[in-house]
Design a protein around this ligand. Structure first.
Ligand code: BES
Ligand code: MN
Ligand code: ZN
Length: 495
């Protein structure tokens, strides 16, 4: 879809126009304008009760006198100035549906005037585009019969005054890059695990370097991991015939080439059966989504290249597969990690932290400004926070503040969990330096506590996206979270 800015609604060459109406029948500025132009047409409809500001109600008017558009969509926006981000996004999804029912091909959208609570024009434009793009998403690569497009709009114009053009254009650019990053993350995450293997992930990482001259990708394969002593990562992979591959995606565009990079490490378990500590069969298919951390990093790296932000950023896709097998690692095994600590495996289903601990040691070589790992790490995080907030664990206040700010801005929610040294007690082993599980209580936190043993050389934050990375049930599918949050964090990181 094409998005552009227009300064005057009268010159709109769109076949449809959307305006807002609020509860108690107040009209948005553009709606007022139309009311005057049409000799009080909207006011009359309000008087007869046909038009109301009820949130989510959209009335389509055709052949409106003196109005040079085929369809006028009057969108009920509830109480003026009180629209939440999620309600706004739902409104736009509905508007896209109504536009389709009317076969509208271009839309002049003035809903940016309805002003989300505490949000300026930039955010109204950004969320509009993010919502409209998400609304169009389908994953039908593997269906023999494709369904018709969800939308037939090909162009959306925003009515913006000249003074705000630059801001609106920036919102269009940012939203486009984020929406594409979200789509790419969803595509790779929804891909079935017999296709999306660690090698497939590595190919996507290499394709990024083909598309952008600012990106260089290298692959660390099992042989290289062996040389590096990454035996925890390798142990998880041993039960699978699909070779583990860790993709290193280097994006360098900082004016100072030696500027320390921000490093993003994504858990990339292309399937997690649990290994010898096998998971129950119920919903096991969803463990193809155990690579959503890597998918998000991939989407963010693409967004970075689109926006050409002046930063140095390194994305790591820690690809691996966890299966039971005659050669699989076992409960009781003791593993040597790359940083020298030994780990007693007590449950082979706590594999994410074993892959990540070596990946987190590997990235020390980049002398990072900060490292953020993104992982579908624990069911316990979903129990604690549900499916709306990703879990944040960090020992660094500046990094925590930065992520919380980006989360609030992008409406990609996170909630911090505590991490203090007491939790390390739960990870004690009789036979090795650390156990890989911490018992029944605080499972999301003990997973973070485990990782913190491997992140002492740099500021670090951990995002547990087990509850937010995909939806279950009738709408089963990847969400593309937290691409928006991380891209926002990087946008904010530009000095
Ligand atoms: N990938 C899972 C976590 C997960 C489970 C995410 C369900 C989303 C939904 C992870 O590898 C895992 O299996 N974690 C175990 C840890 C436990 C053995 C300490 C878990 O959460 O049950
Ligand atoms: Mn697991
Ligand atoms: Zn897992």
């Amino acid at each position: 879809m094409k998005y552009s800015i227009q300064h005057n609604s009268q010159t709109a060459l769109s076949d449809s126009l959307a305006v807002g109406i609020f509860e108690q029948d107040t009209l948005s500025p553009s709606a007022l304008n139309i009311d005057q132009l049409t000799g009080g047409y909207l006011t009359q409809l309000i008087a007869t009760g046909e038009l109301t500001g009820a949130e989510g109600k959209i009335i389509t008017l055709r052949n409106v006198p003196n109005l040079n558009v085929k369809h006028l969509f009057v969108v009920g926006c509830g109480k003026a100035g009180e629209l939440s981000e999620s309600a706004f996004k739902q409104l736009l999804a509905k508007l896209a549906e109504v536009a389709k029912e009317n076969q509208a091909t271009s839309l002049m959208n003035t809903l940016t005037e309805v002003a989300l609570k505490d949000r300026d024009l930039y955010w109204n434009v950004r969320f509009t585009i993010e919502a409209m793009e998400a609304g169009q998403y389908r994953f039908e690569q593997f269906k023999s019969k494709k369904s018709p497009a969800k939308i037939c709009l090909s162009e959306v114009k925003f009515l913006v005054n000249e003074a705000q053009s630059a801001l609106a254009q920036q919102a269009i650019d940012h939203a486009g890059a984020i929406a594409l990053g979200v789509k790419l993350a969803k595509d790779v995450a929804n891909c079935p695990p017999n296709v999306c293997t660690p090698t497939y992930l590595a190919q996507q990482a290499e394709a990024l370097a083909q598309r952008s001259s600012l990106i260089k990708t290298t692959i660390v394969d099992e042989q290289k991991m062996t040389e590096l002593g990454m035996h925890a990562y390798l142990a998880v992979s041993r039960g699978s015939h699909n070779e583990a591959k860790m993709s290193i995606i280097e994006y360098r565009n900082h004016p100072n080439p030696d500027a320390k990079p921000i490093v993003l490490v994504g858990k990339g378990l292309t399937f997690d059966a649990g290994g010898i500590s096998l998971k129950p069969a119920d919903s096991m298919d969803e463990m193809k989504y155990d690579m959503c951390g890597a998918a998000a990093v991939y989407g963010v790296m693409n967004a970075l290249a689109e926006l050409q932000l002046p930063l140095n950023v390194i994305g790591v896709l820690a690809g691996c597969e966890n299966l039971p097998d005659g050669n699989a690692y076992r409960p009781g095994d003791i593993l040597n990690t790359m940083n020298g600590l030994t780990i007693e495996v007590l449950n082979t289903d706590a594999e994410g932290r074993l892959v990540l601990c070596d990946a987190l040691t590997y990235v020390e070589r980049f002398n990072p400004e900060a490292v953020i790992d993104i992982a579908t790490l624990t069911g316990a995080c979903v129990v604690a926070l549900g499916q709306h907030n990703s879990g944040l664990i960090s020992t660094n206040e500046a990094l925590t503040n930065g992520l919380q700010q980006a989360s609030q801005q992008s409406a990609d929610k996170i909630w911090r969990l505590p991490l203090s040294e007491e939790y390390q007690e739960q990870l004690k082993s009789n036979f090795a330096d650390l156990a890989n599980i911490g018992g029944r209580w605080g499972g999301a936190i003990t997973a973070g506590a485990f990782l913190s043993n491997f992140t002492k050389k740099y500021p670090w934050a951990h995002l547990d996206i087990a509850g937010t990375a995909w939806l279950q049930g009738a709408n089963k599918g990847a969400t593309g979270r937290p691409v928006a949050l991380l891209t926002q964090f990087l946008i904010n990181s530009v000095e």
